[in-house]
Design a protein around this ligand. Structure first.
Ligand code: IMP
Ligand code: MG
Length: 183
């Protein structure tokens, strides 16, 4: 079944629901092995990362907490500027905690760099990232990404939490966005 609307058209599926489940299961096992007895805080970036977090935490068999950070990027529609505004801050104190940022996709790495710098000032015991998707520019960003679900090409994708102008977050799979019409 193809999902189309008058404005947008979806292309090739990059990750099916089955592939996502496999990737999330693997990440969950890796994280559990590394964070046993550390009671990490999974810091989720709203809103794109929320579907990923919900599945990832249910793959985790170790005690952990979750918290949310809502940042809005001053970018155009399909790329970020890296200058972000905190819309909603964490509800907990992360000082001395093992923090794992759970992010949907890392493209230029600018958003993550900004967030890492901000969180580091709060003296967490450790700070790492778990990203479901990574695009090629992220490799040049200089951030070490401990957990990555899948490397994808530099294309704009939607579904499984990822949006284009707030649309498509509900798709159970991740697909290319083919056309940006009527912009
Ligand atoms: P970066 O700052 O360039 O690494 O961009 C990361 C942020 O831009 C992510 O948190 C997403 O919100 C958004 N983003 C980047 N690529 C995509 C995409 O293909 N689809 C949807 N959102 C994206
Ligand atoms: Mg995001």
């Amino acid at each position: 079944m193809s999902h189309t609307s008058s404005q947008y058209e979806l292309g090739e599926i990059l990750l099916s629901a089955e592939e996502i489940a496999e990737v999330v299961g693997r990440l969950g096992r890796e994280i559990c092995a590394d964070y046993e007895r550390k009671q990490p805080v999974l810091v989720n970036l709203l809103k794109g990362g929320v579907v990923f977090l919900a599945d990832l935490m249910r793959q985790m068999t170790i005690p952990h907490h979750i918290d949310f950070l809502n940042v809005s990027s001053y970018g155009n529609n399909t790329s970020s500027s890296g200058v972000v505004r905190i819309v909603q801050d964490l509800s907990s104190n992360i000082e001395g905690r093992h923090v794992l940022v759970v992010e949907d996709v890392i493209d230029s790495g600018r958003t993550l760099t900004y967030i890492f710098n901000m969180l580091r000032l709060r003296s967490p015991k450790s700070l790492e990232v778990c990203a479901l998707l990574r695009k090629p520019p992220a490799l040049k960003s200089g951030i070490s990404m401990k957990y990555v679900g899948k490397d994808i090409p530099s294309v704009f994708v939607v579904g499984y939490g990822l949006d284009y102008q707030e649309n498509f977050r509900n798709l159970p799979y991740i697909a290319k966005l083919l056309h940006y019409k009527n912009l």
